[in-house]
Ligand binder design. Structure first.
Ligand SMILES: NC(=O)c1ccc[n+]([C@@H]2O[C@H](COP(=O)([O-])OP(=O)(O)OC[C@H]3O[C@@H](n4cnc5c(N)ncnc54)[C@H](O)[C@@H]3O)[C@@H](O)[C@H]2O)c1
Length: 358
């Protein structure tokens, strides 16, 4: 493990993106979100994604310096095409537009289709919460073979299709935010376990014959030797399917059915519903009621086998407090970061400055 400082890694990610040809703005957006995911405790969606981005740019499957384009504008419903550009740019541009429209109309529905990977979905709900807006996001993952088995099924029929819901609180932060893969664990968490030499928790993976396994390597053989399972059995399975239908089909995006190309792209489609709190009710009253409710929930007596009753979004706040001064990157991810920086054409001095232990 190597302990790296967030500012140092932020600079490193920006430099790698710059070497790929990204503008300064694009490079900074990518760095903000990836390092932000590590700080929030989600290494699955942190700087460990950078090697994938470098590989996608090299293969011509992720296009630098693209912007979202409006393909359908119905006022309260707007559909954008992400043109296979960086999801960190597309997500921000989609939320900028949703916030503008929701300010005018009280609420807005924005569909973003054909974006490259948009990372940690909570990042987009936080952008909305910072402006005082509640939001709901349904996302599917397309462009490559599915790897999460439906409830009762033995092989992949969708990916980790995340859902995120947030209510803004005080100080531009969400009062509560659930941001979750509909699989038991995100694929990136299997990657982190594989890179770190750990097993994944029981019940999260099945092998190619449908038997339970805890071996993360099953997801990294070719052909793939296993599938992830859904969160909450049939419930997560149903939510993942609705992410395909509303998050993709409804907005003209690709579901992951095999009639759509599986050529290794990491495409996200996202349906976002953004609501101006003031349009719904008095903001102060909403916050008071929400806080009273959240206090009621968190005062539930801690049950045997548990450490605490946490609200959704609280683990991320705790991780931010713990990681602000630096966080550890496993040796495999560290080596992958070095290799991808070399592939992007970054010079050795910049790589050393970015990846040397602080
Ligand atoms: N872009 C993509 O294609 C994609 C795909 C899948 C997941 N993701 C992202 O991956 C990230 C990780 O997803 P995940 O499902 O592994 O997250 P997770 O299981 O760590 O957390 C899910 C939710 O549960 C809450 N939570 C966690 N532990 C809790 C506890 N003990 N008590 C109460 N609440 C708790 C968290 O605050 C969070 O809101 C998310 O940010 C998600 O958006 C992105």
């Amino acid at each position: 493990m190597t302990s790296l400082h967030p500012e140092q890694l932020h600079r490193f990610v920006k430099e790698v993106c710059g070497a790929l040809g990204s503008s300064d703005t694009e490079a900074a957006l990518v760095a903000d979100q990836l390092v932000g995911a590590n700080l929030a405790g989600h290494d699955s969606h942190g700087v460990g994604m950078l090697p994938t981005y470098v590989q996608l740019v090299g293969a011509g499957l992720l296009i630098v310096n693209e912007h979202a384009t409006v393909v359908r504008d119905g006022g309260s419903v707007t559909i954008l095409d992400g043109n296979a550009g960086f999801g960190q740019v597309m997500g921000k541009e989609a939320m900028d537009l949703a916030l503008e429209r929701a300010s005018e109309n009280g609420a807005a529905v924005v569909g973003l289709r054909n974006s490259s990977h948009i990372g940690r979905i909570g990042h987009w709900a936080e952008q909305c919460a910072a402006e005082g807006f509640a939001s709901i996001h349904l996302v599917n993952v397309a462009g490559h073979a599915p790897y999460v088995a439906p409830h009762g099924g033995g092989d992949g029929r969708f990916a980790t299709n995340p859902i995120c819901i947030a209510l803004p609180g005080r100080g531009g932060k969400p009062a509560a935010m659930v941001d979750m893969a509909t699989s038991q664990i995100a694929l990136g968490k299997v990657r982190v376990a594989y890179n770190s030499g750990y097993e994944v928790p029981e019940g999260t993976l099945i092998d190619a014959e449908g038997h339970p396994t805890t071996d993360p390597a099953k997801m990294y053989t070719s052909p793939r030797g296993g599938s992830l399972t859904t969160a909450g059995g049939h419930k997560g399975s149903g939510l993942a399917i609705m992410c395909e239908l509303l998050g993709a089909a409804l907005i003209g995006g690709e579901t992951v059915q095999p009639g759509n190309k599986w050529n290794g792209r990491a495409i996200n489609n996202m349906l976002s519903i953004v609501i101006d709190v003031e349009a719904a009710h008095d903001r102060g009253a909403v916050l008071d009621e929400a806080e009273a409710y959240l206090n009621f929930v968190s005062s539930s007596p801690v049950r045997e086998g548990s450490d605490a009753v946490l609200m959704p979004g609280q683990p991320e706040q705790m991780a931010r407090a713990a990681r602000a001064g630096g966080f550890e990157v496993d040796d495999t991810t560290h080596a992958q970061l070095r290799a991808c920086a070399e592939k992007a054409g970054l010079d050795a001095a910049a790589i050393d400055a970015g990846l040397t232990r602080v």
